[in-house]
Design a protein around this ligand. Structure first.
Ligand code: SF4
Length: 236
């Protein structure tokens, strides 16, 4: 029996979803691999695309694509990217007419949160911020054992509290929540509980300066080769 197919865009070499054709032409699926989601889910894709018929959704998507366009410039040497994410954030918030921004940050990035606040205030936004430790709730509340506390078994340790962060940003009705450096899992809960529009400036990566892709880029070097090693195998 043939194995069930699932989308595997990351393994695709055809990329017929982004063809090099004229605007007047129609993309063809002929060369698409069997695992292409456009072959596996045509009805779902049609239905999902209909969401953009909602005026508010369409306008938001349009502004996001305009922002994407504005991140490039054509030079004699070709297309060049020109904006760091923080400037994109400012420009996109302007485009959307947002005034009140709410930063949900990790205590470990409080310096960065202060700088981000300065930047956004200097660009004219009203900025509020909520630290991950808000609530001052002991880690024991979620079942953490003494030996699982980072600072030692006898120390008080406030849990990270992304649900509190999300609910405060919801209550403050910020136009846009900005996630800054939350830990893995805590970020998942923030995303789950945020009911205001939310974007991510940075995720937590303690050893790469919060640049998780650095480890991927080094995965073929001796330093992070272990990432590509199959589980259970030893050696470089
Ligand atoms: S959508 Fe289809 S063509 Fe595009 S990357 Fe995925 S598998 Fe390839």
């Amino acid at each position: 029996m043939a194995a069930e197919l699932h989308p595997l865009c990351a393994r695709c070499t055809k990329i017929v979803c982004y063809p090099t054709i004229m605007a007047s032409e129609v993309p063809s699926l002929t060369e698409a691999p069997p695992f292409c989601p456009m072959k596996l889910f045509p009805g779902l894709i049609d239905k999902a695309i209909m969401e953009y018929d909602k005026a508010e959704v369409k306008e938001f998507a349009r502004l996001a694509s305009v922002q994407e366009f504005q991140c490039y410039e054509r030079t004699e040497e070709g297309l060049r990217a020109k904006l760091p994410r923080i400037e994109e954030l400012v420009q996109f918030a302007d485009k959307c007419g947002y005034h009140k921004l709410g930063i949900a940050f990790c205590l470990g990035l409080r310096n960065e949160a202060g700088i981000l606040t300065d930047i956004l205030e200097n660009k004219g936004f009203d900025v509020i911020s909520v630290c991950c430790k808000s609530g001052a709730t002991a880690k024991e509340r979620i079942g953490i054992k003494p030996e699982q506390k980072i600072g030692g078994a006898d120390s008080w340790e406030s849990m990270c509290n992304p649900i509190v962060q999300a609910e405060i940003l919801n209550a403050e009705a910020v136009d846009l929540a900005v996630m800054l450096g939350l830990c893995i899992g805590h970020d998942t809960l923030l995303i789950k509980y945020c009911r205001v529009p939310m974007t991510v400036l940075a995720v937590k990566d303690r050893v790469t300066g919060h640049n998780p892709l650095a480890a991927l880029y080094l995965s073929q070097s001796p330093y992070y080769r272990r990432l590509l090693r199959k589980r259970g195998k030893t050696g470089a």
